[in-house]
Design a binder for this molecule. Structure first.
Ligand code: TYD
Ligand code: MG
Length: 454
């Protein structure tokens, strides 16, 4: 047996150092280095590379591009996130907190896909009995779902080769281990190697592989970042544990748009797609409450109405609190500075709390104006004009900048019964919308002034 050597491996990037350090020298992440044992590789024949044979190259224009065949997953909201179904031979990584519904969703998808295609469910976490129990709870048709409870990668690869399923689910990538790597299952090198081999298999055989990935405390996929680079599509589950709504977002998609959002509700019969998510995000919305403002955000191709709540209260500590749920905390600090400088409204002796209701994460700057109006409304203890929606990005000079797809956002708001909107001037709709008043503003101060005057 070869003598092993101790190195320190980063759990973020997989980089190695011979000595322990607080910070990874490769990716600059803190406290990510863990002790690992490696078997030194035999002296590599480094200079043989020069002797390798060259191969002919081709002109890009001569390559025949074909439309990639897609298979619907049988779940509309999942297909929406994937960009219209699963591309054959692609590898999809699905990440999310424990218990959020990854296994449930994939079992539901496999049972419908099984009617048209050959499918295989590989589970390293649950026994066949547990999976059968879940399937009976979900009341899905499992006659065509083949099952394998296994964690050894070599066995899984051989089975995949023999069975040649069209779609395979690996639940989860962190439980697998390969004999080619000495470290424990779930370690960076194991996860990376297993994912790489499965990806190669998918490309060679045309089997579509769905990998389930666990999420660390910090919220990123456990295992190295390379996992995200290796696969074709990365989907993340979002949502609060205590709410029954679950969102799936595409973070990376080689075959479709990113930031598309699929919305589900967790019921006693598994996950059900929600075709009109704006309605659920607004379900408990009352427009006579100070500190509440409805934002129209755009998630991929679909506009969504989300209530933004702000609470501004006297600060008692040395440093006032700035807390956000579902919105960016750093951006809040910046927006408060803009509010002070360009609208003359100061919050430096107040705590500011922000919440995007429903557990949806909002990343686009189009939320700025709604955030600021909610804050002003809470600070002044005065509700905003009723049946009103807001969107627009706020710049450092206090200007309100246009956002994409303004017309569609306004249409969605009007469809849901809203009657007016404050929007950036450049987003003024080309055609008037019946029964809907559009107030256009160039600066934050104008928007604040409008709300005050109504
Ligand atoms: P699961 O799919 O096991 O989560 P993951 O694989 O992401 O860890 O999700 C299980 C959770 O969903 C569990 O807390 C119970 C709940 N659940 C329901 O509410 N209804 C159902 O029909 C099922 C199967 C699960
Ligand atoms: Mg699971």
């Amino acid at each position: 047996m070869a003598k092993t050597r101790t190195v320190y491996t980063c759990s973020e990037c997989g980089g190695q150092t011979p000595k322990w350090q607080g910070q990874c020298p490769h990716c600059q992440a803190w406290n990510t280095l863990t002790e690992t044992q490696v078997v030194p590789a035999a002296a590599s024949p480094r200079f043989q590379a020069w002797a390798a044979q060259a191969v002919p190259v081709q002109r890009l224009a001569d390559v025949q591009a074909q439309e990639l065949p897609r298979d619907p997953s049988g779940i509309d909201e999942l297909d929406r996130v994937l960009g219209g179904g699963l591309v054959r031979g692609s590898v999809v990584l699905i990440g999310g907190d424990p218990g959020i519904g990854k296994s449930t969703l994939l079992l539901q998808a496999l049972s419908t896909m099984g009617l048209m295609q050959s499918v295989l469910y590989v589970s390293g976490e649950e026994s066949p009995q547990q999976i059968a129990l879940r399937a009976s709870r979900l009341a899905v048709d499992t006659r065509s779902v083949k099952l394998l409870a296994e964690i050894r990668l070599e066995t899984i690869l051989s089975t995949l080769r023999d069975e040649a399923p069209e779609v395979a689910v690996i639940d989860s990538i962190q439980t697998l281990y390969t004999e080619q790597v000495t470290s424990a299952p779930g370690s960076v090198s194991q996860v990376r190697e297993c994912a790489a081999q499965l990806t190669r298999m998918a490309k060679q055989t045309g089997t579509t592989i769905l990998l389930v990935g666990h999420v660390t405390k910090e919220g990123s996929l456990a295992g190295p970042r390379v996992l995200e680079h290796m696969v074709d599509t990365v989907l993340y589950f979002e949502g609060e544990a205590h709410s029954s709504y679950r969102m799936i977002r595409a973070i990376k998609n080689r075959f479709g748009a990113v930031n598309e959002l699929g919305v589900f509700a967790m019921t006693d019969r598994g996950l059900k797609g929600v075709s009109n998510p704006s309605a659920i995000f607004l379900s408990s919305y009352r427009d006579d409450v100070p500190g509440s403002c409805v934002l129209v955000t755009q998630e991929g191709t679909r506009p969504l109405l989300v209530e933004i709540q702000a609470l501004v209260d006297d600060a008692h500590g040395f440093q006032p609190k700035r807390l956000t749920l579902g919105l960016e905390q750093n951006r809040l600090g910046m927006l408060l500075a803009v509010l002070h400088r360009h609208a003359g409204i100061a919050c430096f002796d107040s705590d500011v709390f922000l919440n995007a209701v429903g557990g949806v994460k909002i990343t686009e700057p189009a939320a700025d104006l709604a955030v600021l109006l909610a804050i002003v409304s809470s600070l002044k203890n005065r509700a905003l004009p009723e049946k009103m929606v807001v969107f627009g990005e706020v710049g450092l000079a206090g200007e309100v900048r246009p956002v994409t797809r303004g017309q569609e956002r306004l249409k969605e708001a009007s469809k849901l019964g809203f009657q007016r909107a404050i929007v950036p001037t450049a987003n003024r709709p080309r055609q008037a919308i019946e029964g809907f008043e559009v107030i256009t503003v160039d600066t934050l101060a104008e928007a604040v002034e409008y709300c005050r005057s109504v």
